[in-house]
Ligand binder design. Sequence first.
Ligand code: GDP
Ligand code: MG
Length: 450
Amino acid sequence: MEAGDDTIAAIATPPGRGGIGIVRVSGSGAEFIAESLLGSVPAPRVAVYRNFYDAGGQIIDSGIALYFSSPHTFNGENILELQGHGGPVVMDLLLARVLELGARQAQPGEFSQRAFINGKMDLAQAEAVADLIDSATATAARGAQRSLAGDFSREVRALTRQVAELRAYVEAAIDFPEEEIDFLADEILLQRLEVLAEKLTQTLASTQQGVLLREGLRVVIAGQPNVGKSSLLNALAGSDAAIVTHIPGTTRDLLREQIHLDGMPLHIIDTAGLRTTADVIEQQGIHRARRAIADADVLLLVVEATAGITEIDRDLLPECETVCRRIVVRNKIDLTGEPAAMRTGESGAEIALSAKHGEGMDLLRECLKQQAGYEQGGEGAFTARRRHLDALRRAEEHVGVARECLQGSRAGELMAEDLRAAQQALGEITGEFSNEDLLDLVFSEFCIGK
Ligand SMILES: Nc1nc2c(ncn2[C@@H]2O[C@H](COP(=O)(O)OP(=O)(O)O)[C@@H](O)[C@H]2O)c(=O)[nH]1
Ligand SMILES: [Mg+2]
């Protein structure tokens, strides 16, 4: 694959007004555009103050111009950055002039895509660029920075290398059929496979943390009307986001709040109380609640401490049994006088608390972290994506099958095939093996100008 030889341009700063706005240009035409727009091409990597001229020689704006010359640039191409006054009209005029001079409007992520294509960074690193920009917490930002620096990619590459070596060993064995069995019977081969499997498991665990750090946990609060779901949302969010009343059926639509626990983003969703109702709006809300439950990572099933889990709640439980982890919240302990507590009940983790008065809320936060398997601020934590996790799982599975082959039939051909598949799965993470669709998907989620 090659970068198009066309020149792309975009406003790289967010829409709206700001002190400075930046138009970025990348490609072989950047030099000509600099020459036409500024009068001459600035020396590479030197900030110069210039007028930005339109076609008729009128000044559009004046500001700092920066020129970076291929190949020593972020994406390997010639890059021109024009820092003007950050108003939408000025920026639009400047971009229009650049387009007039032969550039075309960049697609989302296209600057970074070219960095990937030109070998300046691998796919996981390019994704980390977007993750850094999108990070919801400071911990996530630090994690994205590590991925961008290549911490995650290095780990994946080390695994890929190990798989490739084992594969070469097994393939050599196949090439000498008389000795194949001896080759494969070698204890060292099994040992190396086991070491590899263990490393894969470790990487999977840290990648899982990385996905949590990037995407956060979807926590859905559900239960019967009036048990205190909205109060719980407010207590977690530390604000009066949801309306709380003693009237059943107060919450009708989904309410979302974003908070974080020790750096892990939480998307909390409060739902309409589940009950049979004639109210059409409430029915819609309940429908939405059920859909939210189906998509949850963790379900907080709220029940009244005075009543405990009732038949109606039990009817709800099986439905979420398969889709997510669940915490039963026994709310309103102030009414029963029982102490705040965390225990394992008949249907999993159970927390007794009072959303209204705050007792036991710390236990709930602790329990949420446990359920997510989140370890606070692991020093080397990096961000990762579900697609990485998926690729690692496939690699793990193939390595597992290869091991079974070795221990069972000693079928070299089959082993080699599974090791090849494992290598391919790992290669998808860094983009060594990738197809156009995947790349389009990855880069389309970027912002324009990145
Ligand atoms: N005593 C007591 N009342 C609570 C507690 N949590 C919520 N409530 C009350 O229960 C009623 C329903 O609360 P709300 O959060 O709207 O419940 P929802 O319908 O499940 O969203 C309100 O009057 C709340 O003040 C609690 O911990 N203790
Ligand atoms: Mg409510």
